[in-house]
Structure formats: structure tokens, C-alpha cells
Write a protein that binds this ligand. Sequence first.
Ligand code: HEC
Length: 281
Amino acid sequence: MKNCASVVFATVLTCLLLMPGSAAAEPVLDVIIGGQTHHFARDELLHRPDVTHVSVANDIAYGKTMNYVAVPVAALLAPFNPPANSVIESVALDGFAAQLPLDLLTNKDPAKAVAWLAIEPDDPHWPVLPGRAESAGPFYIVWTGAAVAQMRSEQWPYHLKRLESQSSPLKRWPTLNVDPALPASDPLRAGLALYKTQCLPCHTLDGAGTGTAGPDLNQPMNPTQYMTRDGLRALIRDPKSVRSWPNMKMPGFAADQISDREIDLIIGYLTHIAARRSGIP
Ligand code: HEC
């Protein structure tokens, strides 16, 4: 800030506004419902009457029990009446974008899973994430409730900046879908469901999806066309077991998040999408 001291008033004011800890630096969560944007500044959220302390066992981002100051996501969204059957696209600062079904996110029954918007206070900050240089803040969706184990790892979006109501991914991006004539029990449908939850937040497929954290998985080529099945299996389980460099970002998926059978279902779905694109029957 040493330049601030010797310059004209207008610039001094700008310097002051940019100082860490000033109002300009306060993180804001955007909630966009039906196209209408509502801004929630961190301090406003921290002073809501429904703010509370939640203890999260087996926190996905930190890998241990964590305690947060949080508000119930159901109460945050309720005043804006999100359309039934919509999904809430949860977009993070790094381009991650999870599609969370509204009924899941707004459930209040503790016999199922209950979503909370955890808010990182200015002081003390949350600890840094394992293997990373930053915390999960400024906002992070965490889960409690009896069915918390059913939540998938990519349904815990952190570094959150926006929640936006959207139609379901298959309505929005019909190219993600498998042949509608396939029976409900077809393994390709299970592969699609897993892809939507665990991969789509970071990887678009043929341009379908919002996530920009990782590469598209069908353009220009689909990994099933240039990786062996064993290599791909290993990469999904633990990317570092295939290749490793300091800035790599893809998380591994432990067996309690994706089973061996589920990895094969995802690879089956990717193979199906690759074949459809290249016209192989
Ligand atoms: C949190 C974001 C994230 C998620 C979730 C994610 N990936 Fe990735 N993935 C990445 C990034 C980023 C890369 C680029 C390499 C890196 O930085 O790790 C990548 C690379 C890959 C590659 C290698 C592509 C290439 O040619 O180099 C494959 C294959 C892949 N991911 C498949 C998957 C599958 C399948 C899933 C779902 C089970 C998945 N990823 C989930 C972020 C993610």
C-alpha cells in the first residue's frame, strides 16, 4: 500500500477500498432462482437468525470430523420458491459445477440427508484442504442426517460462488442421454446416473455440462479411444497411479465413493457415447 500515501485523493480512496478486510473483499454468494439474482454477503449470512453450529462426521473435503457455522439450505432457498423438479446448479470458483436435485437439497427430514451452507468466518479461517494451499471457503455445502453416507463425493461443492435453479441435466443437455428405448434396468442408465453426479461437475461431455475444471470427455476424442480399460479404471480410482505432476487437480475416487462395479458402469457409458459419436454400432 505504500503508493497510496503519495497520490491524489481519488486514488487513495480506491486503495482503501481494495485493502484486505474492507467491505469490497467480503465474499458473496449469488442465489439465482427463476433468472432472478439475490446476493448474500458473508456477514449477512453469519447474522441470520437461523445460523447455527453443525458437526459433520466424515467431511468429504477435509476427510475428518469438522464443525461449521451454517444455515440450512432449505431455509435459504425457500423465500424464492424454486420450481419443483428443478436442479440447483452449484458453481464453484474453480469451474466445478454440481447439479443437485432440489428435493435432495431442501430435504429437512434428519432420517435422510440434510444440506447446510457452511460459511467460512473471516477469523478464524478454516484450515487448508489436505494437499492444497487454500481452505474449502468461502462457502461449502455439507451434509448431516442418517443417510449422509449416500451422498456422493461430488455432491459436497466447496469454494462455492453461485447456486442457480436450472432444469434437469437431461432436459438441458439431451445429448447426455442414452437410447430412450433402453429398459430402466439397463447398465448404461446406471452409468449415466453416475457420470452426472461424479464426473459432469468437472467434465463436459460433447459440450454438454457447465463444469470447466477438467477436459471434455468426448471431444476431440473420448478416453475410451486412447486409454486401455485397465488404465482408465486405475485413473478414476487414483489418477496419480497413472501419471502425476504437481498441479494435477482430479481427485481420486475411493471404493466407498465409487465401487469397482460402478467404475465399469461409467466406462461402459463413456464407451457408448464414443461409439454413438463415431457411428460404430
Ligand atoms: C473435481 C474435478 C474432477 C472430477 C469430479 C473428475 N475429474 Fe477427471 N479430470 C479433472 C482434471 C482437472 C483433469 C486434468 C488432469 C488433472 O489436472 O488432474 C482430469 C482428467 C481426467 C481424465 C484424463 C483425460 C486425459 O486425456 O488426460 C479422465 C479420463 C478423467 N478425468 C475421467 C474422469 C471421470 C470418468 C470422472 C468421474 C468418475 C472424473 N474424471 C471426475 C477433474 C475432475
